[in-house]
Design a protein around this ligand. Structure first.
Ligand SMILES: Nc1ncnc2c1ncn2[C@@H]1O[C@H](COP(=O)(O)OP(=O)(O)OP(=O)(O)O)[C@@H](O)[C@H]1O
Ligand SMILES: [Mg+2]
Length: 260
């Protein structure tokens, strides 16, 4: 079988209990290279819990996540060493937080925010790091004249675009995003979404995007998974799920009767 015919990531029966509080329950799916999956559902349905389980930031109560590493070997993520886990989080994966201050270092310059990820994968040549940082600021439409400023002086939309640049500069294969446009004004959201759409297509990135905005799913995702009460209740091609929802709950969600 061809390498890339095997899934990049496999979730099997993922379950998380926070004490007696259910986070998510019995979630299984495959994600292939270059595939974008949206996870939608109301507040408290378990979306962020799932994303944190997938990106080994939380330990599951049951079930497992397997990931095909760059060397082609699929690993159970629970068996990774701390160094391997860090490698994934630093280079092979990106993680875009809704709140950019959680994904950026606010005390250092924008350029350093991007350069730092390169240094973490062994880049040492200052000139090359800076050129690459400028290149990425350009790509996310940040004026490179502002490279030495702290992201504190950036607007919300700029911070989010900087967070995206910081995550993508190491050429990840998979990017996790938790409400990437959730904290932004509507006018700014469109620009960030447009940018994400371009980048995901250009780099053939796999992505898992948590959102309660169905328009985000529509614009970016090949497949959409609907969660409610910690469980997946419907999943399929995005157009199918949104245009012809089978579950009553999804029908309500799509007809915008439910609050976000
Ligand atoms: N650290 C925690 N301790 C206890 N319960 C938690 C914790 N984190 C999440 N939960 C609970 O797990 C359930 C799922 O929460 P989660 O944050 O995954 O939902 P969500 O879909 O991301 O919601 P939102 O759209 O509001 O971000 C909720 O009932 C929540 O209260
Ligand atoms: Mg959440």
């Amino acid at each position: 079988m061809m390498e890339n015919e095997r899934p990049l990531l496999v979730a099997e029966n993922l379950t998380k209990w926070y004490g007696r509080q259910l986070g998510c329950r019995d979630i299984s799916f495959d994600l292939y290279e270059g595939e974008v999956l949206a996870v939608v559902g109301e507040s408290g349905s378990g979306k962020s819990t799932l994303l944190q389980l997938l990106s080994v930031q939380l330990e599951p109560s049951a079930g497992r996540v397997s990931y095909r590493m760059r060397d082609g070997i699929t690993r159970d993520l629970a068996t990774l060493s701390e160094a391997e886990r860090r490698f994934l989080l630093r280079t092979d994966w990106g993680y875009v937080h809704q709140d950019p201050t959680l994904g950026l270092r606010m005390a250092v310059s924008a350029g350093a925010n991007v350069g730092e990820r390169l240094m973490a994968v062994g880049w040492r040549h200052y000139g090359r790091i800076r050129t690459t940082a400028i290149d990425w600021l350009d790509r996310v439409e940040i004026d490179s004249g502002r490279i030495d400023e702290s992201p504190r002086s950036y607007s919300g939309g700029m911070r989010q675009r900087l967070q995206i640049a910081r995550n993508l500069v190491t050429n990840p294969r998979l990017i996790f995003m938790d409400e990437p446009t959730g904290g932004l004004d509507v006018s700014v959201q469109a620009r960030v979404l447009d940018l994400l759409r371009g980048i995901v297509a250009e780099f053939d990135l796999a992505a898992i995007i948590v959102t309660h905005d169905l328009a985000v799913a529509r614009l970016l995702a090949h497949r959409t998974m609907v969660m409610k009460g910690g469980a997946v209740i419907e999943t399929g091609l995005t157009d199918q799920v949104l245009d012809d929802p089978q579950e009553p709950y999804t029908q309500l969600l799509v007809s915008s009767i439910l609050p976000p």
